[in-house]
Design a protein around this ligand. Sequence first.
Ligand code: PDD
Length: 287
Amino acid sequence: MARLAYVDGRYTPHQDAAVHVEDRGFQFSDGVYEVAVCIDSALIDLTPHLDRLERSLSELEISLPTSRRVLEMVMKELLARNGVRDGLIYIQITRGTAPRDHAFPSNAKPTLVMTTKRVDFLNQKKILDGVKIITTPDLRWDRCDIKSVSLLPNCIAKTEARRAGGDEAWLVDKSGCVTEGTSCNAWIVTHDDKLLTRATTDNILRGVTRATLMELAAEMSLTFEERPFTVEEAKSAREAFSTSATSFVTPVVQIDDTVLGNGAPGLFTSRLQDRYFEYCVNKESAL
Ligand code: PDD
Protein backbone atom coordinates (compact mmCIF):
# COMPACT_ATOMS: atom_id res chain seq x y z
CA MET A 1 0.00 0.00 0.00
CA ALA A 2 1.51 3.34 -1.08
CA ARG A 3 2.11 5.81 1.72
CA LEU A 4 -0.39 8.66 1.61
CA ALA A 5 -0.21 12.31 2.56
CA TYR A 6 -3.18 14.60 3.08
CA VAL A 7 -3.12 17.91 1.20
CA ASP A 8 -6.07 20.28 1.30
CA GLY A 9 -8.88 17.79 1.33
CA ARG A 10 -7.22 14.96 -0.64
CA TYR A 11 -5.39 11.79 0.33
CA THR A 12 -2.52 11.73 -2.20
CA PRO A 13 0.42 9.36 -2.71
CA HIS A 14 3.18 10.76 -0.52
CA GLN A 15 5.66 10.95 -3.40
CA ASP A 16 3.31 13.18 -5.43
CA ALA A 17 2.06 15.37 -2.58
CA ALA A 18 2.77 19.05 -3.27
CA VAL A 19 1.69 22.60 -2.56
CA HIS A 20 1.74 25.61 -4.88
CA VAL A 21 5.05 27.42 -5.52
CA GLU A 22 3.46 30.59 -4.17
CA ASP A 23 2.35 28.94 -0.96
CA ARG A 24 3.42 31.33 1.79
CA GLY A 25 4.85 28.46 3.80
CA PHE A 26 7.37 27.95 0.99
CA GLN A 27 7.91 31.67 0.28
CA PHE A 28 8.04 33.10 3.81
CA SER A 29 7.83 30.23 6.37
CA ASP A 30 4.41 31.72 6.99
CA GLY A 31 2.88 28.79 8.79
CA VAL A 32 2.81 26.61 11.88
CA TYR A 33 3.01 22.90 12.65
CA GLU A 34 2.38 20.24 15.23
CA VAL A 35 3.80 16.77 15.75
CA ALA A 36 1.96 14.17 17.78
CA VAL A 37 2.78 10.53 18.32
CA CYS A 38 0.64 7.49 18.13
CA ILE A 39 1.38 4.46 20.31
CA ASP A 40 -0.60 1.31 19.76
CA SER A 41 -3.08 3.39 17.72
CA ALA A 42 -3.65 5.97 20.46
CA LEU A 43 -2.68 9.59 19.87
CA ILE A 44 -0.79 10.81 22.93
CA ASP A 45 -1.94 14.12 24.43
CA LEU A 46 -3.97 14.99 21.34
CA THR A 47 -6.00 17.72 23.08
CA PRO A 48 -3.04 19.82 24.26
CA HIS A 49 -1.32 19.40 20.87
CA LEU A 50 -4.39 20.70 19.05
CA ASP A 51 -4.87 23.47 21.64
CA ARG A 52 -1.31 24.59 20.95
CA LEU A 53 -1.89 24.40 17.19
CA GLU A 54 -4.94 26.66 17.53
CA ARG A 55 -2.97 29.06 19.70
CA SER A 56 -0.04 29.22 17.24
CA LEU A 57 -2.51 29.92 14.42
CA SER A 58 -4.37 32.62 16.30
CA GLU A 59 -1.13 34.39 17.31
CA LEU A 60 -0.39 34.68 13.56
CA GLU A 61 -3.98 35.47 12.51
CA ILE A 62 -4.27 32.30 10.41
CA SER A 63 -7.59 30.53 10.60
CA LEU A 64 -7.99 26.81 11.20
CA PRO A 65 -8.95 25.53 7.72
CA THR A 66 -11.41 22.91 9.03
CA SER A 67 -13.30 22.40 12.23
CA ARG A 68 -11.30 20.75 14.98
CA ARG A 69 -13.56 17.70 14.79
CA VAL A 70 -12.76 17.26 11.07
CA LEU A 71 -9.06 17.83 11.73
CA GLU A 72 -9.07 15.00 14.29
CA MET A 73 -11.01 12.76 11.92
CA VAL A 74 -8.52 13.34 9.11
CA MET A 75 -5.57 12.67 11.44
CA LYS A 76 -7.01 9.34 12.48
CA GLU A 77 -8.03 8.45 8.93
CA LEU A 78 -4.54 9.16 7.56
CA LEU A 79 -2.90 7.09 10.30
CA ALA A 80 -5.34 4.25 9.59
CA ARG A 81 -4.91 4.44 5.79
CA ASN A 82 -1.13 4.36 6.23
CA GLY A 83 -1.38 1.46 8.68
CA VAL A 84 0.49 3.40 11.36
CA ARG A 85 -0.08 1.96 14.81
CA ASP A 86 3.18 3.31 16.22
CA GLY A 87 4.56 6.47 14.69
CA LEU A 88 4.05 10.15 14.30
CA ILE A 89 1.74 12.51 12.52
CA TYR A 90 2.93 15.87 11.26
CA ILE A 91 0.39 18.64 10.63
CA GLN A 92 1.37 21.83 8.85
CA ILE A 93 -0.90 24.78 8.23
CA THR A 94 0.28 27.77 6.21
CA ARG A 95 -1.45 31.04 5.43
CA GLY A 96 -2.06 29.69 1.92
CA THR A 97 -1.22 30.70 -1.64
CA ALA A 98 -1.08 34.32 -2.75
CA PRO A 99 1.01 36.49 -5.11
CA ARG A 100 4.34 37.12 -3.41
CA ASP A 101 4.09 40.12 -1.08
CA HIS A 102 5.44 40.20 2.46
CA ALA A 103 2.27 41.67 3.99
CA PHE A 104 -0.45 39.17 4.93
CA PRO A 105 -2.92 38.75 2.06
CA SER A 106 -6.52 39.54 2.97
CA ASN A 107 -8.15 36.52 1.35
CA ALA A 108 -5.75 33.54 1.16
CA LYS A 109 -7.18 30.14 2.07
CA PRO A 110 -4.92 28.32 4.56
CA THR A 111 -3.13 25.21 3.28
CA LEU A 112 -3.41 22.04 5.38
CA VAL A 113 -0.88 19.24 5.00
CA MET A 114 -0.51 16.05 7.04
CA THR A 115 2.04 13.27 6.78
CA THR A 116 2.69 10.22 8.90
CA LYS A 117 5.71 8.06 9.63
CA ARG A 118 6.09 4.70 11.34
CA VAL A 119 8.48 4.70 14.30
CA ASP A 120 9.10 2.12 16.99
CA PHE A 121 9.67 4.74 19.68
CA LEU A 122 9.87 2.51 22.69
CA ASN A 123 12.85 0.60 21.28
CA GLN A 124 14.92 3.52 20.09
CA LYS A 125 18.53 3.16 21.20
CA LYS A 126 19.07 6.89 21.79
CA ILE A 127 16.00 7.17 23.99
CA LEU A 128 17.16 4.21 26.05
CA ASP A 129 20.94 4.80 26.15
CA GLY A 130 20.97 8.59 26.19
CA VAL A 131 22.43 11.22 23.87
CA LYS A 132 25.39 13.55 23.61
CA ILE A 133 24.49 17.19 23.14
CA ILE A 134 26.39 20.33 22.34
CA THR A 135 25.59 23.86 23.48
CA THR A 136 25.39 26.69 20.97
CA PRO A 137 24.02 30.27 20.89
CA ASP A 138 20.25 30.59 20.45
CA LEU A 139 19.87 32.51 17.18
CA ARG A 140 16.05 32.38 17.09
CA TRP A 141 13.40 35.13 17.16
CA ASP A 142 11.47 36.36 20.21
CA ARG A 143 8.30 34.31 19.62
CA CYS A 144 9.47 30.76 20.18
CA ASP A 145 6.17 30.09 21.96
CA ILE A 146 4.65 29.91 18.44
CA LYS A 147 5.36 26.56 16.78
CA SER A 148 6.34 28.21 13.51
CA VAL A 149 7.73 26.28 10.54
CA SER A 150 10.54 28.83 10.45
CA LEU A 151 13.20 26.48 11.81
CA LEU A 152 16.43 27.60 10.15
CA PRO A 153 18.31 28.44 13.40
CA ASN A 154 17.18 25.07 14.78
CA CYS A 155 18.47 23.34 11.62
CA ILE A 156 21.83 25.14 11.86
CA ALA A 157 22.25 24.14 15.50
CA LYS A 158 21.26 20.49 14.89
CA THR A 159 23.72 20.31 11.99
CA GLU A 160 26.43 21.73 14.22
CA ALA A 161 25.61 19.03 16.79
CA ARG A 162 25.78 16.23 14.20
CA ARG A 163 29.08 17.54 12.84
CA ALA A 164 30.49 17.53 16.37
CA GLY A 165 29.44 13.90 16.81
CA GLY A 166 26.43 14.79 18.97
CA ASP A 167 22.71 14.12 18.67
CA GLU A 168 21.09 17.37 19.74
CA ALA A 169 21.98 20.96 20.59
CA TRP A 170 20.82 22.90 23.60
CA LEU A 171 20.44 26.58 22.76
CA VAL A 172 21.99 29.23 25.00
CA ASP A 173 20.71 32.79 25.49
CA LYS A 174 22.86 35.91 25.85
CA SER A 175 23.08 35.51 29.63
CA GLY A 176 24.57 32.01 29.31
CA CYS A 177 21.38 30.16 30.25
CA VAL A 178 19.91 27.24 28.32
CA THR A 179 16.61 28.09 26.60
CA GLU A 180 15.68 24.67 25.15
CA GLY A 181 16.87 22.14 22.56
CA THR A 182 16.43 22.52 18.80
CA SER A 183 13.35 20.29 19.01
CA CYS A 184 12.91 19.51 22.70
CA ASN A 185 12.71 21.08 26.16
CA ALA A 186 15.79 20.92 28.40
CA TRP A 187 15.89 19.71 32.01
CA ILE A 188 18.51 19.04 34.67
CA VAL A 189 18.45 17.28 38.04
CA THR A 190 20.44 19.12 40.71
CA HIS A 191 22.59 17.50 43.41
CA ASP A 192 19.84 18.23 45.93
CA ASP A 193 17.47 16.14 43.81
CA LYS A 194 15.45 18.97 42.30
CA LEU A 195 14.21 18.97 38.70
CA LEU A 196 14.92 22.24 36.91
CA THR A 197 13.48 23.43 33.62
CA ARG A 198 13.00 26.89 32.22
CA ALA A 199 9.61 28.57 32.70
CA THR A 200 7.47 28.70 29.57
CA THR A 201 6.96 32.44 30.07
CA ASP A 202 10.58 32.74 28.89
CA ASN A 203 10.05 32.54 25.15
CA ILE A 204 10.37 28.81 24.66
CA LEU A 205 7.93 26.32 23.25
CA ARG A 206 5.27 25.24 25.76
CA GLY A 207 6.15 21.58 25.41
CA VAL A 208 3.23 19.21 25.79
CA THR A 209 5.54 16.46 27.05
CA ARG A 210 7.08 18.95 29.48
CA ALA A 211 3.64 19.76 30.94
CA THR A 212 2.64 16.10 31.22
CA LEU A 213 5.94 15.20 32.84
CA MET A 214 5.48 17.95 35.42
CA GLU A 215 2.17 16.42 36.40
CA LEU A 216 3.74 12.96 36.61
CA ALA A 217 6.69 14.31 38.62
CA ALA A 218 4.26 15.97 41.06
CA GLU A 219 2.41 12.66 41.44
CA MET A 220 5.77 11.01 42.17
CA SER A 221 6.41 13.69 44.85
CA LEU A 222 9.52 14.94 43.04
CA THR A 223 10.38 18.57 43.59
CA PHE A 224 10.83 20.81 40.62
CA GLU A 225 11.50 24.43 39.90
CA GLU A 226 10.89 26.43 36.74
CA ARG A 227 13.85 28.75 36.28
CA PRO A 228 16.66 29.28 33.79
CA PHE A 229 19.90 27.36 34.41
CA THR A 230 23.35 28.07 33.03
CA VAL A 231 25.47 25.79 30.85
CA GLU A 232 27.85 25.40 33.82
CA GLU A 233 24.98 24.30 36.09
CA ALA A 234 23.97 21.77 33.45
CA LYS A 235 27.48 20.39 33.14
CA SER A 236 27.83 19.97 36.88
CA ALA A 237 24.28 18.65 37.35
CA ARG A 238 23.54 15.20 38.71
CA GLU A 239 21.55 14.34 35.58
CA ALA A 240 20.15 15.99 32.47
CA PHE A 241 17.46 15.05 29.98
CA SER A 242 15.27 16.38 27.18
CA THR A 243 11.56 15.99 26.52
CA SER A 244 9.50 16.08 23.35
CA ALA A 245 6.60 14.19 21.83
CA THR A 246 8.94 12.18 19.61
CA SER A 247 11.88 11.73 22.00
CA PHE A 248 9.79 11.20 25.17
CA VAL A 249 12.19 11.54 28.11
CA THR A 250 15.66 11.21 26.59
CA PRO A 251 18.66 11.03 28.95
CA VAL A 252 21.53 13.41 28.20
CA VAL A 253 24.79 11.66 29.05
CA GLN A 254 27.29 14.21 27.73
CA ILE A 255 27.21 18.01 27.31
CA ASP A 256 29.99 19.32 25.03
CA ASP A 257 33.10 17.55 26.44
CA THR A 258 31.63 16.92 29.88
CA VAL A 259 30.38 13.42 30.63
CA LEU A 260 27.57 13.46 33.21
CA GLY A 261 27.89 11.01 36.09
CA ASN A 262 29.18 7.69 34.80
CA GLY A 263 27.99 8.39 31.24
CA ALA A 264 24.85 6.27 31.61
CA PRO A 265 21.23 7.46 32.10
CA GLY A 266 20.70 8.57 35.70
CA LEU A 267 18.27 7.18 38.23
CA PHE A 268 15.82 10.11 38.25
CA THR A 269 15.76 10.29 34.47
CA SER A 270 15.14 6.56 34.18
CA ARG A 271 12.30 6.71 36.71
CA LEU A 272 10.69 9.61 34.86
CA GLN A 273 11.20 7.88 31.54
CA ASP A 274 9.57 4.69 32.82
CA ARG A 275 6.66 6.66 34.24
CA TYR A 276 6.18 8.57 30.99
CA PHE A 277 6.31 5.34 28.91
CA GLU A 278 3.73 3.86 31.24
CA TYR A 279 1.54 6.95 30.79
CA CYS A 280 1.80 6.59 26.98
CA VAL A 281 1.10 2.89 26.70
CA ASN A 282 -1.85 3.03 29.07
CA LYS A 283 -3.71 5.58 26.96
CA GLU A 284 -6.95 4.24 25.60
CA SER A 285 -6.95 3.52 21.88
CA ALA A 286 -8.13 6.63 20.08
CA LEU A 287 -8.43 5.23 16.54
N1 PDD B 1 9.43 19.44 18.55
N2 PDD B 1 10.98 22.82 21.96
C1 PDD B 1 11.05 22.84 20.62
C2 PDD B 1 11.84 23.92 19.96
C3 PDD B 1 10.39 21.85 19.86
O1 PDD B 1 10.44 21.88 18.51
C4 PDD B 1 9.67 20.83 20.54
C5 PDD B 1 8.95 19.74 19.80
C6 PDD B 1 9.64 20.85 21.94
C7 PDD B 1 8.87 19.82 22.74
O2 PDD B 1 7.49 19.99 22.59
P1 PDD B 1 6.50 18.74 22.72
O3 PDD B 1 6.80 18.10 24.02
O4 PDD B 1 5.15 19.35 22.68
O5 PDD B 1 6.78 17.82 21.53
C8 PDD B 1 10.29 21.87 22.61
C9 PDD B 1 8.77 18.48 17.69
C10 PDD B 1 8.77 17.10 18.25
C11 PDD B 1 9.38 18.57 16.30
O6 PDD B 1 9.71 19.68 15.92
O7 PDD B 1 9.50 17.56 15.61
